[in-house]
Write a protein that binds this ligand. Structure first.
Ligand SMILES: C[S@@+](CC[C@H](N)C(=O)[O-])C[C@H]1O[C@@H](n2cnc3c(N)ncnc32)[C@H](O)[C@@H]1O
Length: 297
């Protein structure tokens, strides 16, 4: 278990994932009824962008830092507002020093009546999460495998809320592992909002996950195609070796108008974050054949 998110916090992949997460959570706050957030691979609450890991690998400079200084156009602003408000929560002086991981983002947006269930395998991160949320009655931290924990945590008693599944993809079989977990979790809780993050590195594996999940939901679970949304962003040509060029999320049971907000955001975000030729984005339902990035798939 070598993966440490502190080397990647605030990068391009975090920006899209966290903007989507914040939009979904903000929508959940529009009803008084409590909701639950289940984060299967939580990482830390906050990341120090001035810390050793971020200094050695300053990926945030091509991610959140490019937004921080940006004049965000009116069309894109609503899609970024809940995310940037949560990022700004720790920076009363306006400096970009601390970046929220998914646990802090969720805690910023959740209300007193809502609950967070954070699962994390790394013992240091478990300890730091528990320290950070000590005294916050909304939050419980489960130490151990997040996929296994989902069996006990789903469905949550609130019967409304969101599951984030955001593994480190250290192992070649992670995509298959996530697919199996997705089927089990959606069988346990068909009406929850699910956000699955995956890298666009092995494009075939990503496509298999997306299309396989969409087809299973539609054919086996009678889910309407509009209940599956895929949003991806890549900052240079996909398929090259080297640092991650792109990533995105598959959202099942997305909140109302998430697609519209992302359609307004993604063209601007792509332009703002691109790092070379071949940058792009897509927003679709994972089932349209002409949307495939892998021509010969
Ligand atoms: C990509 S990071 C999570 C980032 C976080 N969700 C965010 O958006 O800020 C993946 C995390 O999963 C943890 N992890 C690895 N294997 C795990 C497992 N089987 N169950 C739970 N957590 C795991 C890693 O220690 C790491 O903190």
């Amino acid at each position: 278990m070598n993966y440490r998110h502190a080397f990647h916090a605030g990068n391009v992949a975090d920006v899209l994932k966290h903007a989507v997460l914040a939009l979904c959570l903000e929508r959940l706050t529009q009803k008084d009824k409590p909701f639950a957030v289940i984060d299967s691979h939580a990482g830390l609450a906050w990341y120090d962008l001035g810390g050793d890991e971020a200094r050695r690998s300053p990926e945030f400079k091509d991610g959140i830092a490019r937004l921080w200084a940006a004049d965000i156009p009116d069309a894109a602003a609503p899609a970024l507002a809940p995310y940037l408000a949560a990022v700004r929560a720790a920076k009363p002086d306006g400096a970009l020093r601390w970046y929220p991981g998914s646990p802090a983002l969720a805690a910023e947006i959740a209300r007193p009546q809502d609950r967070l269930r954070l699962c994390e395998l790394h013992p240091d991160d478990v300890r730091r999460l528990r320290d950070h949320f000590d005294g916050d009655a909304r939050v419980a931290v489960t130490a151990g495998d997040g996929y296994a924990a989902l069996n006990a945590l789903l469905p949550p008693p609130e019967k409304r809320g969101l599951v984030l599944i955001d593994p480190p993809f250290e192992h070649v079989d992670e995509m298959a592992h996530m697919a199996a977990a997705a089927v089990a979790a959606l069988t346990r809780w068909p009406t929850g909002t699910f956000v699955f993050w995956r890298p666009l590195k092995d494009l075939w594996a990503a496509e298999r996950f997306d299309v396989g999940l969409a087809e299973w939901l539609i054919a086996e679970r009678d889910v309407a195609a509009e209940k599956i949304l895929r949003a991806d962003l890549w900052v240079r040509e996909l398929g090259d070796d080297g640092p991650l060029a792109g990533a995105g999320v598959v959202v099942v049971n997305p909140p109302f108008q998430l697609d519209e907000k992302l359609r307004a955001l993604l063209p601007w975000l792509s332009e703002r974050l691109k790092r070379g030729d071949g940058a792009g984005w897509r927003l679709d339902g994972a089932i349209a054949e002409d949307s495939l990035l892998v021509d010969e798939f």
